[in-house]
Design a protein around this ligand. Structure first.
Ligand SMILES: *Cc1c(COP(=O)(O)O)cnc(C)c1O
Ligand code: SF4
Length: 340
């Protein structure tokens, strides 16, 4: 346990850090504004409006700043710009591809795999990724209140086979530090829980999220800590992201990354190799490379399985084993992610 006396030192080490909540609240949430800020013409507007009507646009300034203006093929832009293609129906693409609705024994809790339970700790995200498999997830119904959290905690307490609590969302770090500290304190009080895992894109999207208030509850919990970031392209990792990763690392966090293989974003071997290299520069190890979940509105991102396997075989020729992500798919009803 880190002593309290260290906390003021951490604060001193981070002068003038931006207010992440203001950056989150100030995210671009209007398609026209997004196009204007990036110098993209009116021609993109009808598609952007159509996609936005299905799943609203949301891009905070620090992420926006890493997008090359005037380049419709920018790999970061493609992740956040709504397109008319999202309205196309594609065979096999459904609203809840992972059938998560079938595995919620308590509100805000998904128990599908042995030993670990996923908790929906926040209904919102800092960025709305167009390919997101939860783009149709009924968050509002699954955002638990304090009383409902007590039910979730009771479920965890009663099942001694659960060793790991995975905070997910939405993005769990979009919740306030007060809420997260409250929850993590109660999780740490459950003797059979060993690990706290946090799946988040916030350190990448708004690096200032990793501030003193967060490091306070995170560095003092008895639970072992794993943060799984979500980065799809090396261009997402700038110096501010590297610094945020360093702060997490200093707080005793093991850092991993999961990516989604996306057409037009990272579907070539050099891009994937550069991503792994860049992640490691930030102290992050590649964990999973997911093939796209067949969620309605995202079929234009699909990369066929054979092509995915070929890409990964080529990648293996370029990288040390420890920089290789495992290519997986999530198959509803299976006991784990399924390697391809
Ligand atoms: C992906 C996932 C996990 C974690 O799986 P790991 O293979 O341990 O990373 C846990 N629960 C659910 C519901 C998941 O979708
Ligand atoms: S941050 Fe994650 S959960 Fe949120 S929209 Fe992006 S992919 Fe989906």
């Amino acid at each position: 346990m880190i002593t309290r006396s260290l906390i003021p030192l951490q604060r001193q080490a981070m002068p003038g850090r931006g207010d992440w909540q203001a950056q989150l609240a100030g995210a671009v949430r209007d398609p026209r504004e997004l196009l204007r800020r990036l110098g993209l013409g009116e021609a993109w507007l009808p598609g952007a409006e159509a996609g936005h009507a299905l799943f609203e646009v949301r891009v905070p300034a620090p992420y926006l700043a890493r997008i090359r203006p005037g380049d419709p093929a920018d790999p970061l832009l493609r992740q956040v710009l709504p397109l008319g293609e999202e309205a196309l129906a594609a065979p096999g693409y459904v609203a809840d591809p992972l059938a998560e609705a079938d595995h919620t024994p308590a509100r805000g809790l998904i128990h599908k795999y042995a030993g670990r339970v996923l908790l929906i700790a926040s209904p919102t995200c800092a960025v709305n990724c167009r390919y997101c498999f939860r783009r149709h997830f009924p968050y509002a119904e699954n955002a638990p209140s304090r009383t409902q959290w007590q039910e979730t905690l009771a479920y965890l307490r009663e099942d001694a086979s659960i060793h790991e609590a995975i905070l997910s969302g939405g993005d769990p770090l979009a919740a306030s530090d007060r809420q997260l500290a409250w929850l993590v304190e109660r999780l740490a009080a459950i003797p059979h829980l060993k690990r706290l895992r946090i799946h988040t894109r916030l350190p990448v999207v708004i690096p200032d999220r990793i501030d003193a208030a967060l490091l306070d509850w995170l560095s003092t919990t008895r639970l072992q800590k794993v943060v799984v970031l979500h980065v799809n392209h090396a261009q997402e990792i700038d110096d501010a992201v590297i610094d945020a990763c360093q702060r997490l690392h200093d707080a005793g966090v093991t850092l991993l990354n999961q990516s989604v293989l996306l057409r037009g974003v990272n579907d070539d071997v050099d891009t994937l190799a550069e991503l792994s290299e860049r992640l490691f520069e930030a102290g992050v190890l590649p964990y999973y490379l997911h093939v796209l979940d067949p969620v309605e509105g995202a079929s234009h991102f699909d990369v066929a399985d054979d092509e995915a396997r070929e890409l990964v075989a080529e990648l293996r020729k370029l990288l040390p084993g420890f920089l290789m992500p495992t290519l997986v798919r999530e198959v509803p009803g299976e006991a784990s992610k399924t390697p391809l």
